[in-house]
Write a protein of this length. Structure first.
Length: 374
């Protein structure tokens, strides 16, 4: 049987539409291609955002305290390369206490120069107080993680004295042995200068003298008996040092960080020789004509010719002396044999005002005199 195929003009609208439908798989592929093309066009029209703009720089490291006084703090630190980028740098903020500033705008600004920061002196920091410095690096509009250091300012003290400039003496005077100390005070007003003296190498238990803040010298005329007292009557003065510590005090009651120390040997000079008379006593005299009084005996020594040929040695402070013998304790109006370096001999003299020999054994520069023969 012969089948008749409909002519195009004989097809209904429904039949025609069915013949024009695209398969589903083909439609999906077309959608994907279109999406890919649109994404590519969008990428060309809108440039990608910079990845560095939102990246914080690395933090600083190795914070070091380079200055710490009663009123000022300075630090330095190691920085990353981003620190030197355009617009880069550092921010340092100061807070009182141990808690660092929470943000780069909190606390108080500390001037930054390169990779160092230093607080100002106007206003200055409070002495003996803990301060915390927080440090941020800045680059590309971003801040690094915070790093911080806490520093306690020094007490409100003056700087140390510039040393005990000189120790004049010790010497012997009508009032006995004495030591003169001089020094240079630091700049600025002082409340006081404190001196501690001790025969031991410690300030503990020493004698304390407080001078005015303008004082730059002190004469010690009250040396203890351990220096030139009865304990050394047969040998003179002690050859062990007397220790002095000098320290300034600020107007607010703070002291310098350390004492300046001076050690003084009072018996730093010697007079020695021999005596021929049996059981003779040797006395070193200073200070002729002490206003209707006897010469001041500095020291005496017993010298027996039977023992070591009558040799003697006495230790005295720097000064000018006369060495004399006496038979017993030296009362007034007694003849004594005294040594004089003038002519290298001895002479008889009254041991009282008006008849005393002129001291001629000069031990101000020389450290010893050994030629006494009595």
């Amino acid at each position: 049987m012969r089948q008749t195929v409909p002519h195009m003009s004989d097809m209904t609208g429904e039949q025609l539409t069915m013949h024009r439908l695209t398969p589903p798989s083909t439609r999906r592929r077309a959608s994907l291609v279109l999406a890919t093309v649109l994404a590519a066009v969008a990428a060309l029209l809108v440039p990608a955002a910079s990845s560095t703009a939102a990246t914080a720089p690395p933090p600083v490291s190795n914070i070091t305290v380079t200055e710490r006084t009663a009123h000022r703090i300075a630090i330095s630190y190691v920085v990353p390369a981003a620190y030197y980028s355009p617009g880069g740098g550092g921010v340092v903020r100061l807070t009182r206490g141990y808690t660092p500033a929470a943000t780069p705008s909190a606390g108080y600004a500390v001037p930054v120069t390169g990779r160092t920061a230093r607080t100002t002196l106007d206003p200055g920091l409070t002495p003996n107080v803990a301060y915390t410095l927080a440090v941020w690096g800045r680059a590309n509009g971003q801040y690094s993680a915070r790093r911080s250091v806490t520093v306690v300012t020094r007490p409100d003290v003056v700087t140390a004295l510039s040393g005990v400039a000189s120790v004049s003496g010790p010497s012997y005077s009508p009032t006995g042995p004495q030591v003169r100390l001089t020094w240079r005070n630091p700049a600025g007003p002082l409340k006081a200068v404190r001196i501690v003296r001790n025969v031991g190498p410690t300030t503990t238990g020493g004698s304390v003298v407080v001078l005015s803040g303008s004082a730059q010298s002190y004469v010690d005329t009250t040396l203890p008996a351990q220096v030139c007292g009865a304990a050394y009557r047969t040998t003179g003065c002690s050859t062990a040092p007397v220790h002095y510590w000098v320290i300034p005090e600020s107007t607010t009651g703070g002291f310098a960080e350390h004492y300046v120390r001076a050690d003084v040997v009072v018996g730093s000079r010697t007079i020695s020789g021999t005596v021929s008379a049996g059981n003779s006593g040797i006395v070193a005299l200073c200070c002729q004509n002490l206003g209707d009084a006897e010469d001041l005996p500095v020291a005496d020594a017993s010298a027996d010719p039977g023992v070591d040929g009558g040799a003697f040695t006495v230790h005295v402070p720097p000064g000018v002396y006369t060495a004399c013998t006496f038979a017993d304790a030296p009362p007034q109006n007694v003849w004594g044999s005294c040594w004089s370096t003038n002519g290298g001999g001895t002479k008889e003299t009254w041991w009282e005002v008006g008849g005393d020999p002129t001291p001629t054994i000069d031990l101000r520069t020389a450290t010893s005199y050994t030629g006494v023969r009595l």
